[in-house]
Design a protein around this ligand. Structure first.
Ligand SMILES: [Zn+2]
Length: 341
């Protein structure tokens, strides 16, 4: 699991805020009850005095006195309960309040993380991943293999869009299932609208649900951040984001080639993917460019890093977005992909 110290601290701060919030509610409730029922306060005061006496007798080993005090305390507590209920308050109105009763808002049960802590990790990972605005239905459960026709062929290999996507899905699931153990990188390429971003989003969700950190950036967002950090060392946000680009468990760079490219960007891109390879941090890249176009746009060394360390997955099909709009209409024609890529 790739929780960073800053992420861990952010979650612990949330627990502290939760405890404080609930403590304040409880204090306000006590105030309300004391104002409405002065005799309730008197009972509380008597209990405090008796409790001190009880403690002393217990230490002194005076068993007889201990027993009678115990009885007296029980009677007082029962009177308090009756008084509270008869005034119309719920019986547990003054009990400690917890968002999570299992860990009493500490995040831990013994030295194990509570289920609410795991949920908080995933929530934080989603917030930091930059995929918050993405459609929630983007998941492998909703993936439509039928959008990839069995009669649409890749010109180079003669394989159908369907067969290629079946292989791609298998590789994506292997990537997810072995994440954190095996070190892999994926490279999706193919024309606009064939579902590359959708696939990346599905993978991102699965990886975050396994409590790994994911950062999703379009290529322009990535390069802007890298440039901002390079040129303005005082920009703390850019600095933090820059660190996250290099050390998150999974970096997804979407739409590579859509940014304005110059030699600075090309070298930043190389540094980014190279550093991540050295530290065995997985990366997924998607692009609408062909491999040839990519080789022209970036340096030879970047290109060779990708071809040697990434699983290259070409996705073909007719534009999924068009297909979705035409949903319900059968198409029996047979097509061969026209774009040589
Ligand atoms: Zn809990």
């Amino acid at each position: 699991m790739g929780l960073k110290t800053s992420q861990y601290n952010a979650i612990m701060r949330e627990y502290e805020q939760r405890q404080l919030k609930n403590h304040n509610i409880q204090t306000a409730r006590y105030k309300e009850v004391y104002e409405k029922l002065p005799e309730f306060k008197e009972l509380d005061d008597s209990i405090s005095i008796l409790s001190v006496q009880y403690g002393r007798k217990l230490l002194g080993g005076d068993e007889k006195a201990v027993d009678s005090l115990k009885e007296e305390l029980a009677i007082l507590r029962s009177s308090k309960r009756s008084l509270l209920v008869s005034a119309g308050f719920p019986e547990d109105y003054l009990e400690p309040i917890y968002d999570c009763k299992d860990c009493k808002d500490t995040g831990y049960i013994g030295n194990k993380k509570c289920h609410c802590f795991k949920k908080a990790i995933i929530k934080l990972l989603y917030e930091q991943s930059n995929i918050k605005g993405f459609p929630v239905e983007a998941s492998f459960d909703n993936f439509r293999l039928d959008f990839y026709p069995a009669n649409y062929y890749d010109r180079k290999t003669g394989r159908s869009s369907r067969a290629i996507m079946e292989d791609t899905l298998r590789i994506c699931h292997e990537f997810i299932d072995t994440f954190g153990e095996d070190f892999r990188n994926l490279f999706f390429y193919g024309s606009v609208g064939v579902g590359k971003t959708y696939l990346s989003t599905c993978i991102a969700r699965e990886i975050m649900d396994r409590e790994f950190s994911v950062l999703y950036l379009s290529a322009p967002q990535l390069f802007n951040t890298l440039a901002q950090n390079a040129f303005d060392k005082k920009d703390i946000d850019a600095k933090n984001m820059n660190e996250y680009i290099f050390n998150c468990d999974l970096l997804i760079i979407d739409d590579l080639g859509s940014e304005y490219t110059n030699s600075f960007i090309a070298s930043q891109f190389f540094t980014c993917i190279n550093e991540r390879l050295i530290h065995r941090k997985s990366t997924i890249i998607s692009t609408n460019l062909s491999l040839e176009a990519l080789a022209d746009l970036y340096t030879e060394r970047s290109f060779s890093r990708i071809t040697s360390s990434y699983t290259l997955l070409k996705i073909i099909g007719d534009d999924i977005r068009i297909k979705m709009k035409l949903k319900g209409r059968e198409d029996h024609s047979c097509y061969v992909e026209q774009n040589e890529s």
